[in-house]
Design a protein around this ligand. Structure first.
Ligand code: CA
Length: 215
């Protein structure tokens, strides 16, 4: 299956160039011009990655990214205009995976997109966790089912859960978990990891209160 790219960009000329280069490089691209269209697209089906312009007509791209992060684990690459060059730390904090500054070379953007897809890429098709676990991980869509119910996870919770599920029975240190779940481990604290684990446990308990989730 081709990588599914959601492109959110209101400048037609820029968008057409991106659509062309990403399509040539083997992606399926859905192009929308506003935040509200992007919301609808995200609600309708899963995407492998979002390429997101910061200056949209109806919403600020940073706000859109924050909002999206609360519901979807999909990687996000920002397109920023010259002069609104973003602080890398701020970008990572709100959940961006990478960014390019306009004017950028379409080849460069495509290379970044493919690098992220490789990094987040699953082994082919659906990965079933060892049969002893009640989890089914769909790495392509970055979704997890637990006892047959889809979990609504943040990106960090998803990465943490994958770390637990892939190495059942193993005890992880906070540092190891941070390496698993953050692109920039230095940016987060021990307390942050505790609260992510706590939130994850609560979501699992909401499905099956009688099962103690793996540590
Ligand atoms: Ca724009």
């Amino acid at each position: 299956m081709k990588p599914q790219v959601l492109l959110v960009e209101d400048e037609k000329a820029v968008a057409e160039t991106i659509v062309y280069v990403l399509t040539t490089d083997g992606c399926d691209v859905r192009w929308v011009t506003t935040g509200s269209e992007a919301r609808e697209a995200l609600a309708s089906r899963p995407f492998s990655i979002i390429v997101l312009d910061v200056g949209l007509p109806d919403v600020n791209g940073f706000d859109f990214c924050r909002e999206t992060r609360r519901q979807h684990a999909v990687p996000i690459v920002f397109l920023t205009a010259r002069g609104e060059e973003m602080d890398r730390v701020v970008g990572l904090e709100i959940g961006a995976d990478d960014y390019v500054t306009k004017p950028f070379s379409p080849r460069e953007l495509s290379a970044r997109v493919r690098a992220i897809l490789r990094r987040t890429a699953p082994p082919p098709s659906v990965v079933h966790a060892p049969t002893a676990t009640p989890f089914v991980i769909d790495a392509e869509r970055r979704r997890v089912q637990y006892f047959g119910r889809s979990l609504d996870l943040t990106r960090t919770e998803y990465e943490l859960l994958c770390a637990f599920v892939r190495r059942p029975g193993r005890v992880f240190s906070r540092d190891q978990l941070m390496d698993q779940a953050w692109t920039d481990p230095g940016a987060s604290t021990d307390r942050a990891i505790d609260s992510h684990v706590k939130a994850l446990r609560a979501k699992l308990r909401a499905v099956r209160a009688d099962v103690e989730a793996s540590e």
